[in-house]
Design a protein around this ligand. Structure first.
Ligand code: S3P
Length: 173
């Protein structure tokens, strides 16, 4: 079984994936970490030095490579991964892979992201919480089209990472 977690920045994909992996003895894989390692740069540095288009190309290549060689794993995707190129199609066509969307309201995402905008290249220019909220609302609206094609949609509002990891484990085991 392979589980891939998707959802907007700040929804908890990485923490929840790591918890599922450690509770079930599975490998934890994160596309962003693979890209950072390959480029020897942080995601922010890749965006500034090489641009978003370069990042999206590497994201697509790394995902393809991962899905071709994936064992029993929990895969934490980048927030934009299912929304670019043929990434969603590749995920849907991978045998034995369940795609899970961690769904949070725009208001909850804004609250979580407000203290960490500087680490995230897409939102680092937003100088007030109102601007961030407006950005997240529009962006989430565009991205939900992709996220909602997941096999499972989990309401992640007001739940801890522990609770979410148990909820997802109970779906599959
Ligand atoms: C992005 C989300 C980030 C990272 C990159 C682009 C996005 O991952 O891949 O900054 O397009 O939403 P997280 O969702 O893990 O923050």
């Amino acid at each position: 079984m392979k589980i891939a977690l998707c959802g907007y920045m700040g929804c908890g994909k990485s923490t929840v994936s790591q918890l599922i992996a450690s509770k079930k003895g599975l490998n934890f894989v994160e596309t962003d970490l693979k890209i950072e390692k390959q480029e020897n740069l942080s995601i922010s540095e890749i965006f500034t030095q090489k641009g978003e288009i370069y990042f999206r190309k590497q994201e697509n290549l790394i995902l393809k490579n991962l899905l071709d060689n994936l064992d029993e794993s929990v895969l934490s995707l980048g927030g934009g991964t299912p929304c670019y190129a043929n990434n969603l199609q590749m995920l849907k066509e991978t045998q034995d892979l369940k795609l899970v969307y961690l769904k949070l309201t725009a208001a909850n995402l804004t609250n979580r992201l407000w203290s960490e905008t500087h680490q995230r290249p897409l939102i680092s220019h937003l100088s007030s919480k109102e601007l961030l909220d407006e950005y997240v609302r529009k962006h989430l609206f565009e991205r939900q089209y992709y996220y909602l094609q997941s096999d499972y949609i989990i309401d992640a509002n007001d739940k801890s990472a522990e609770e979410l990891s148990d909820e997802i484990i109970n779906l599959f085991y």
